[in-house]
Design a protein around this ligand. Sequence first.
Ligand SMILES: *[C@@H]1O[C@H](CO)[C@@H](O)[C@H](O)[C@H]1NC(C)=O
Ligand SMILES: *[C@@H]1O[C@H](CO)[C@@H](O)[C@H](O)[C@H]1NC(C)=O
Length: 231
Amino acid sequence: MHRLSRLLLVTSILLNGFLIFKFINHHYINLDDVQYVETRLDVYVQTQNCGRNFNKIQKVFPQAIAMADEPCTEKEHVFKSYIEPIDKNQKLLKYSYKYLETLKICQSGNKMLCMIVEDDILFLHKNETTWNNIVLNTMSLFSNDETFWDCSKRNLWLPTASNGAKTLCRIFSNDLLPAFTDCLAKYLESLPDTEDKGINVLLDRCQDDLKITQKRFLLVNHSGQKSLLGS
Ligand SMILES: *[C@@H]1O[C@H](CO)[C@@H](O)[C@H](O)[C@H]1NC(C)=O
Ligand SMILES: *[C@@H]1O[C@H](CO)[C@@H](O)[C@H](O)[C@H]1NC(C)=O
């Protein structure tokens, strides 16, 4: 009797495991990565003049738009006000405004997700793997999560508190952007100059304020070039 019920238990665990596996797999099978990413993801590259790895990034993501300080490519927004020489604090602040502008441009687009990367990133994987990783990591099985992603960190898909780390590679959900950009703008205007208004810090604060989940996956690595922030 005991053996029979144990056998039944084991069988039902195996069966459940199999069904769950099938169910999850069903979502991932037959996905057209290219179509999925192209219809859902806008890509913006923070760059001064399309230098550094900009060309490589554009090869991986032909849809990439340069957020540049001077004209340098076909698909671009030019932020002229960001080029004059300024001290480091001002530079940080200008970069925060540029990042906020980028988010607003994305917000007014019609894609579900926007990815913002620095122009000095290196992709860790082959092209197809990069696209596939975006699909696997940003697709939610059951609903649209209230989630942003940091795509420059290894982290087993577990949600974590946002960590205020750099802005090498981030993906934002468009649905959350109206509230999020309001929050960033509010801090940029209201924080005293003695407080750090670097975009890293503000992203972190607003994600905390709005209780936006931060997930991470590893897509890119830093090429070791000097940060755009000049720090
Ligand atoms: C990477 O994949 C995308 C989507 O298939 C394609 O448009 C792009 O040209 C590819 N780039 C390279 C360098 O293979
Ligand atoms: C990322 O690059 C740094 C040096 O630029 C290197 O030390 C590190 O191992 C790289 N990480 C991965 C995951 O490739």
